[in-house]
Design a protein. Structure first.
Length: 181
């Protein structure tokens, strides 16, 4: 495992094409589905929102690829970005607590804000990013507990999966920082 993490293979032209091509394919997928079924009914606002989200993912990859000195950092950034993306996507699409109209769902945007603001605040430095990811996992857990204790609903499985993602990213950022030191 250490050998794979220390390699520098996730920053090449092929990976960049995969990231941006995958984003374009994901954006086109609902349009294609709309040609065959009435179950998918996106309007311009839906495509714009998804386009902005996919652009953010692509830009996160570009930043990680420029900063990284090995696969560990890029993988950590990918996991963290994926967790942010899934949180926002699920929240906008169907809502994490109840439906998308439930105001309690705004709490989960706060978790993403911890990750984004923390990352910007530490200027994406690997060692500090590890702590940002731990703080984000703590925020995720706090939101879950608050929602449960306030009677807003419970999302224990979602919280467990997301905390695992944040902590995996933390471990990889820590590994990347140790490699540089």
């Amino acid at each position: 495992m250490a050998g794979i993490l220390e390699q520098d293979t996730l920053r090449g032209r092929g990976v960049r094409r995969l990231v941006w091509g995958g984003a374009a394919a994901l954006l086109l997928l609902p349009w294609v589905a709309m040609q065959f079924t009435d179950e998918v009914d996106w309007d311009a606002a839906d495509f714009i929102a998804m386009g902005v989200m996919l652009l953010a993912v692509g830009m996160a990859y570009e930043i990680a690829a420029r900063i990284a000195r090995g696969n560990a950092y890029v993988l950590a950034a990918g996991i963290a970005t994926g967790a942010c993306f899934l949180t926002v996507w699920a929240n906008l699409a169907v809502g994490i607590l109840g439906n998308e109209g439930n105001p309690a769902n705004a709490l989960f945007f706060g978790v993403v804000a911890v990750a984004v603001a923390g990352s910007l605040g530490v200027l994406f430095r690997a060692g500090a990013m590890a702590w940002v990811m731990v703080a984000t996992a703590a925020a995720q857990l706090a939101v879950c507990l608050y929602a449960w204790l306030a009677g807003l609903g419970h999302v224990f499985v979602f919280t467990g999966v997301m905390c695992a993602a944040w902590l995996a990213a933390a471990w990889l950022f820590h590994y990347a920082a140790r490699r540089v030191a």
